[in-house]
Design a protein around this ligand. Sequence first.
Ligand code: AMP
Length: 595
Amino acid sequence: MISFSSFPMREELIRAISDLGFETPTPIQQKVIPQLLSEPIDIIGLAQTGTGKTAAYGLPLLHHVDVAQKHVQCLVLSPTRELCMQIQEEMTKYGAHMRGLRITAVYGGVSITGQIKDVRANPQIIVATPGRLIDLLERKALSLEHVQFVVLDEADEMLNMGFREDIDIILKNTPEREHTWLFSATMSNEVRGIAKRFMKDWKEFASGAANITNENIDHQYFVANHHNRFETLRRLLDFNPGIYGIIFTRTKQDCQEVSEKLMKMGYHVSPLHGDMDQKMRSKVMDRFKAKQLQCIVATDVAARGIDVNDITHVINYELPDDPEVYTHRSGRTARAGKSGICMSIVSPKQISNIRQIERLVKQKFNKSDIPDGSEVVRKRLFFYMEQIASAEPKADFAKLYKDMMHEQFAEMDKDELIRKLIWLQLKETIDAYQEADDLNAGFEGKDRDRGTRGSRYTRLFINLGEKDGLNNQKLLAFIAESTDIDPNTIERMTVRDMSSFFNVPGEAATFIIDQLSNKKFKGRKVRLEEADQPPMGGGSRGESGGRPRPSSGPRFAGGEGRSFGGGRDRDGGGRDGGREASRESSYKGGGRKRY
Ligand code: AMP
């Protein structure tokens, strides 16, 4: 196995990598680093965020930089402020043991005065957004005269944001540039155009599409009619109590509206879009990183700056126009070897778009049921019970009050105490979901107990669930492997803690039950039977279920109660902020349709 220490790299860098706990270079790093260390030719790296691309170019840059020389030797261009800050932060960690190293980041949306001072302090490396860099060049605050290395990070995104001319100007102003390294998630003619204009005999390296086909991502979709989109989102949030995620909207307006509605209902969320000023965006990111927010509601451009490794869910409130954008979104979860779930809310018409994305990511998407009210309540009940079970109160907690508490509850038996405690915690959820509709498209307003597709499908119950390490994808794989049944015929899978449900064509039900009933899963005997529920998946296996209709009452304590209002770049945004905003608004009109 290749290790970082086998790279012929400055000892200070090897030490920093070891401090950071990086063990193995990622695929793009394995390909690019040895090349750029030994022979720093021009290269194109096809890699998305999350693949380790910053270190792939950052370590060789730091290796070649001469700290004794006090002038700008390396320039990294990146599309957004957030990315600039991340790159600077990341490279500063890699260069932590290099004495005399100075890395400065400059970007739009904040006052230029402080940045003028920073660039005059003779950094060896500058990380910049193109617009702000040109502002600084025009003010003669810095010179690119001695720049030898230029990195274009997320080149496709810079072009999408309209920075082409700026990039041209900047590259033309680097007379001593010897090496140009271009990184891009996608390869378009425009990206190639830059390479042709400014690069010599370049070599191409791909990350091995790590984020495009990431088997750790469970892709799920939920079919709801347009008018139920928001309710569906709420239900998915309620059904996933430990969620730490990003909800993607297509437009800034949707982003603002959806998050405001959720906030009013008491969810811990916040919007993140290009119309928010930079300070506001940083504040949101800080709160998200500190886990004070359960979700961020974001547009695609704003979300580029989110660099968090333990995101559990990505929710597409609406699918993007471009299937490739889907892969950027889903790649926000299941990073650094973890697993994650990407959920998409789609209208019946958009199912064909899902098929197209399936082909791109080379993975089957699971059509999942929008959970009904009783399932939400059950899920939250389990979650709460687990929280109680795993709570570790401080040893001396309640010492003072022990007698008093016991006295207060002396007359109450355990059963009553438990019921009261759980009721207190869950009553809002229970009330909210008492009368909830079936949101699955095609089933709204229909009487579940009669069912409409009942004759064609049979709903099966299986005694395996999340506790067995299963999710939709893994259960589907297990069923398909054990029975040879075409996974496409299995529908509306609902994985619960200890059991799951799914629909199969009526004529296949007995065969599947026979095939699976003798099997074992991780040593546990599999039990499979026809569910009490009707095939559309609504029923409630003997619970009081009913048809919950969520009220607008708060679901989580202490809602944010605060909205983040409009006004763009109040700090004096400059070119970059405006560019980002104008690109986002192009999505409003449907943008580039590729389906
Ligand atoms: P990037 O694709 O550059 O945005 O990197 C994504 C994340 O992976 C960052 O948080 C890096 O610190 C981390 N990372 C980069 N390379 C490695 C590695 N070889 N091993 C573990 N983590 C890494």
